[in-house]
Design a protein around this ligand. Sequence first.
Ligand code: ATP
Ligand code: MG
Length: 394
Amino acid sequence: SLNVPNHPIIPFIEGDGIGVDVTPAMQTVINAAVEKAYGGERKIVWCEIYAGGKANQIYGENTWLPDETLALIEEYHVAIKGPLMTPVGGGIRSLNVAMRQGLDLYNCLRPIRYYDGTPSPVKHPELVEMVIFRENSEDIYAGVEWKAGSPEADKVIKFLQDEMGVKKIRFSQDCGIGIKPVSKQGTQRLVRAALQYVIDNDRRSLTLVHKGNIMKFTEGAFKDWGYQVAKEFGAEPLDGGDWHKLINPKTGREIIIKDCIADAFLQEALLHPADYDVIATLNLNGDYISDALAAQVGGIGISPGANIGQQAAIFEATHGTAPKIAGQNKGNPGSLILSGEMMLRHLGWIEAADLVVNAVSKTIANKTVTFDFAEMLDGATLRSTSEFAQDIVG
Ligand code: ATP
Ligand code: MG
């Protein structure tokens, strides 16, 4: 656990596009909540660090993610960031992925929670209350892939055919190849974090979501290794299946550890959201699931997220740079504000975090909202980014 001083230095990345709008709004709300909760006793010392367009302006031509930025995040352990654009050319797939890999932030945490009054496409969005632990460092996101027709792809195909005896598929000339690594160590650190969260927060269940029926040695292994973690925590098998039961050592209440095939999960989470609570899943499944569930409770404009590792944690807006509305003081800062709330909780500043949740909740219930919500709500009052933040501060 963190040893947090009363005046912690928190590095922040403003972010590209809409970052100029939502980052100051987040800081306004977080500063006010800390002030209200602790008087002058605690205070965040914000320290701007650079990635994306701003880094490129400052550090020069081909630098989008300076080493210094990663070093500072590692040094201060906690950081918060706005959205980053992906530079065109230059061989970088995604700055977000580069940061996660550079700092080994293996856990992508996405709480899905409904704020009363949020426009939603489902009848009972208030039943959707889940926390997703998405493995963040493995799976096909490892970036090990070769273009169809390249000498590398052809070499891999030849190796598979000649050395590995792969006869099942007929490889054509135009066949891209991708590798899906899933390790026991990588799986278990993620599932451990998820199960510890269930215990600490007195949640009801942990569901391992996977496609083990098709991909036995990657997704299937994820499930098996996940249940091993449950056993490690003292869980006992339930009758006639894989499911396990664990008595929460802190509260004495029962925790169910279960699993679900990913496609069925997406259907179940829509039809019976109340049956699911904390989710642990692989990288690609987690990507789809995060957005699908977020859509039920108001979408990316309001969904917070964090990338957490052993050494550092980055709290971030889950949406992109939204270039069409960038710099217009228009976008919804909810996602980044609630990521800030997660950050306060991570620091152990629970009182301030609770103030943020209550204030966001009240503001949305009052229907004083940014354009994205206002256009879907009858009787809403349209607010700019900064006005919405001011409404939250009160
Ligand atoms: P990028 O290329 O960085 O992903 P994008 O425009 O695709 O940029 P997304 O966040 O993926 O950014 O945006 C999808 C849609 O949602 C866009 O129409 C965008 O304007 C809108 N949007 C994104 N974030 C917000 C926000 N915070 N408030 C309101 N609308 C948003
Ligand atoms: Mg996008």
